[in-house]
Design a binder for this molecule. Structure first.
Ligand code: PAF
Length: 281
């Protein structure tokens, strides 16, 4: 596996691959790889002939009081893991190489970014779409794989790709969970043992919601209240509990095939998100 540090070298590699008529699969990440990231890499390898994993902790998508400064990092372990998965390239640019001092262009997807995480993290999605747009332009992938844990991010990126006519297939990978149900996340490393236990309430909320739907409940407001009550019994701060349509992200009154339960909570200082389509198992 080759490590590339500059956008120019990355694009030169991509151009050579395209000239050889091979396909490129991209896994955009902020590093500190766990099994979830490795599954995305495996999916990229299944789809494309050549694969790139990008590792860039993107300052543009962090708010001023967020965890940019302490975001977990372990470059040499990440290199080993990406190499073991057979990635061709680890693209790990410096911030100064990605954002030149004069850069003043941002990519914004309106509407879809207003609610859910967009409401509590102003500016976050502009940071995400700007960096993902840059990665697409630099790496020119045919396929890009994202995890469904960041369910709103996936919807926003799909919309950006459609709106801007990008010829890249966006692949959403199912959430990868620990054996006890906690969704894998680099931020799980912030949790103490007790907080880690408390965080399981997200998966318990999903299990409860699925059970209620299977029993025939259709009123979204009743389910929302039940989930909020369930979460309130734990030492967490609820940011949102929403039952939304998976494509439009609009709240739904009636639970139906397209309904996703989306939640964000804080356990101590750690913000966690989780979601599930309630009609899929
Ligand atoms: O999901 C992430 O890790 C990030 O938001 C992404 C897509 C790599 C953009 O920085």
């Amino acid at each position: 596996m080759e490590i590339i540090r500059t956008p120019a070298e990355m694009t030169a590699w991509a151009n050579r691959v395209l000239a050889a008529r091979q396909t490129i699969g991209l896994v955009p990440t902020m590093g500190f790889f766990h099994e979830g990231h490795l599954c995305l890499m495996r999916k990229a390898k299944e789809k494309a002939e050549r694969t790139v994993v990008s590792l860039f902790v993107n300052p543009l998508q962090f708010g001023i009081n967020e965890d940019l400064g302490r975001y977990p990092r372990d470059f040499s372990r990440d290199c080993q893991r990406a190499q073991a998965e057979g990635m061709d390239i680890l693209f790990a640019p410096e911030v100064q190489a990605m954002y030149l001092p004069k850069s003043s262009t941002k990519v914004e997807v309106a509407g879809l970014t207003d609610g859910l995480c967009g409401e509590s993290r102003p500016g976050h999605f502009v940071g995400v779409t700007t960096v993902v747009a840059k990665l697409f332009n630099i790496i020119k992938p045919h396929y890009a794989v994202f995890g469904r844990k960041d369910f709103q991010q996936l919807a926003v990126i799909e919309r950006m790709v459609a709106d801007l006519n990008w010829d890249v297939e966006i692949i959403g990978h199912p959430i990868v969970r620990e054996a006890d149900g906690l969704a894998m996340s680099s931020r799980n490393t912030y949790l103490s043992a007790r907080e880690r236990q408390t965080a399981l309430c997200l998966f318990q909320a999903i299990a409860h919601a699925r059970k209620r739907v299977q029993a025939g409940l259709v009123a979204a407001n009743i389910l929302q209240r039940e989930i909020e009550e369930l979460l309130r019994q734990e030492a967490v701060t609820i940011e949102y509990v929403s039952l939304v349509d998976q494509a439009t992200l609009q709240p739904q009154d009636v639970l139906q095939k397209s309904t996703v339960l989306a939640m964000a909570i804080k356990v101590g200082a750690t913000r966690l998100i989780d979601n599930a389509n309630l009609f899929e198992t």
